[in-house]
Design a protein around this ligand. Structure first.
Ligand code: B12
Ligand code: SF4
Length: 434
């Protein structure tokens, strides 16, 4: 059976395609199936996508979706259904936490809840007439919500990523060493996988062995062909014994620069020195707000401003560049809180930073708050899910307040950029994690 994943771009191409399909393709191929990925850029009209689908002649089409991708994917799936009868399945965070909305849309035959590695293979076997419908994770249109299968164990048993499904160029390698994140950030969609499985009595958090991660790094060419390794894990610096054991082997066997996401609570000076010695050149920290009140009472993040300042200083001292991520426009936030965020950004003086207008992702606690308090418009699923303007009506902030803060961040970034000599080494980071 042949599966065609359609990667849906929204406003511009991303440097990397979804990690989900790269995992799924690996499992499909291990089970004897074929997998291809087509990136529908913003320039591809629905007819152009249809043409590609006709040429590829898949037995199943798969969409891996974040909320941002949902609107365009919905329209594309409906268009494909008008012109053909290819079965279509959607998976990823958005379908997992808004499955009813996906199944109610024309063009989707099934939704995958949570992990898809085994579930998709079972579904494909079923479509091939070689097995019963999947008993778990795959929710068929018209059917009832299925139970969740146990998270994949042992995680080392997963085949290595199908790298032809990732846009990797010039020796850049993307790696994923763990699934799940133990922190409770109320805005975070990634964390919802943990909660979904925990509410089912299952533990989602797992990390691959150092041995297994090293084997994948060698399999992609090791130091011979790799120029830079990007660890996509939500918080790479969990469990220091693992990180130290990894760093020792990485330094000796691979040694090329790498980047990762961390939280300030999960690093200390010694660990940062170890990371730097192994080749770590860039750490992305989630700061999110400069107001301790907002972090503590709204986001459930308990680090102090002093902690951020010392960790950014330590990171600089060991020669690692930092990127800080900030959010603007949360429910309960005030204009004074936004001022504090800008002030902390100035004080931290990260090598680079990214700033996002808050968007409430389905499944998260803050989504629930926004819905319960009437901040969320009823047509939220039809509005663009971007991070440049707020879709919320907040009693404590107007859209002008948020826009002004966003513009001040844009100015600060331009100034920082100019001060660094317009360095092209600025790294554009998009995930709100760490
Ligand atoms: C790496 C990463 C990126 C990379 C790669 C994108 C990607 N989707 O992989 C880049 C830099 C491009 C990126 C960009 C953005 N990202 Co991002 N990103 C991540 C991150 C940190 C890791 C992804 C990962 O490694 N997943 C691991 C794999 C195993 O999980 P998975 O993708 O969910 O796939 C499994 C299942 O869901 C299922 N499955 C997935 N797809 C499919 C498809 C089918 C057909 C089936 C059957 C099953 C299935 O099976 C897979 C294997 O078990 C996540 C956080 C996270 N932990 O998920 C955020 C995350 C996905 N990103 C997020 C956001 C908001 C963004 C941006 C909007 C950031 C921004 N502010 O601009 C952009 C938009 C990207 C887009 N195309 O829409 C949010 C999404 C929230 C949501 N509900 O939509 C997350 C959850 C971060 C967060 N904490 O909230 N991101
Ligand atoms: S924002 Fe990052 S640290 Fe917080 S729960 Fe999500 S993945 Fe974990």
């Amino acid at each position: 059976m042949k599966v065609l994943f359609i990667e849906v771009d929204t406003d511009r191409p991303w440097a990397v395609a979804s990690i989900g399909p790269a995992f799924l393709a690996a499992s499909l191929r291990a089970a004897g199936h074929t997998s291809e990925l087509f990136r529908a850029t913003v320039d591809h009209s629905p007819s152009a996508v249809l043409e590609v689908v006709r040429d590829e002649a898949p037995d199943l089409i798969g969409f891996s979706l974040t909320t941002r991708q949902w609107g365009r994917a919905r329209d594309l799936a409906a268009f494909l259904r008008q012109h053909g009868d290819w079965p279509v399945v959607a998976g990823g965070l958005h379908p997992t936490f808004a499955p009813e909305a996906v199944l109610a849309s024309a063009g989707f035959d099934a939704v995958c809840l949570g992990e898809g590695d085994h579930a998709l293979v079972e579904y494909v076997e079923h479509l091939a007439g070689r097995g019963p419908p999947p008993a778990s994770n795959v929710w068929l249109r018209g059917g009832t919500r299925p139970p969740l299968r146990e998270p994949f164990q042992p995680i080392d048993g997963l085949p290595f990523l199908a790298r032809d499904h990732l846009d990797e160029h010039r020796g850049i390698v993307h790696m994923s060493t763990q699934r799940g994140c133990p922190f409770p950030c109320t805005y975070c969609a990634a964390r919802m996988y943990d909660e979904l499985y925990e509410s089912n009595g299952q533990a989602y958090g797992r990390r691959r062995s150092v041995e297994n991660v090293m084997a994948e790094l060698h399999a992609v060419g090791g130091r011979r062909t790799s120029s830079y390794v990007i660890f996509l894990d939500d918080t790479f610096t969990l469990h220091h014994p693992w990180v130290r054991a990894f760093c020792e082997r990485y330094r000796d066997e691979i040694g090329v620069p790498f980047s990762l996401h961390a939280r300030v609570e999960t690093v200390n000076q010694r660990l940062l020195e170890t990371l730097a010695a192994a080749g770590c050149s860039h750490v992305v920290y989630g700061v999110e707000s400069g107001s301790a009140r907002v972090r503590r009472d709204i986001m459930e993040r308990y680090a102090t401003n002093e902690r951020f300042i010392e960790v950014f200083d330590w990171t600089r001292q060991v020669g690692i560049r930092t990127t800080a991520n900030y959010m603007l426009g949360l429910p309960g936030e005030t204009p004074e809180d936004l001022d504090e965020t800008l002030a902390l950004a100035e004080r931290l003086d990260a090598f680079d930073f990214a700033y996002f207008v808050f968007y409430p992702y389905p499944g998260t606690r803050l989504f629930q708050v926004c819905r319960d308090k009437g901040y969320l418009p009823t047509d939220w699923l039809d509005r663009p899910a971007n991070h440049r303007e707020s879709i919320l009506s907040l009693p404590t902030l107007t859209s002008e307040h948020i826009q002004r803060a966003y513009d001040r961040f844009t100015e600060l970034r331009a100034v920082t950029h100019a001060r660094r000599g317009g360095s092209s080494a600025f790294i554009h980071t998009e995930a709100d994690c760490g």
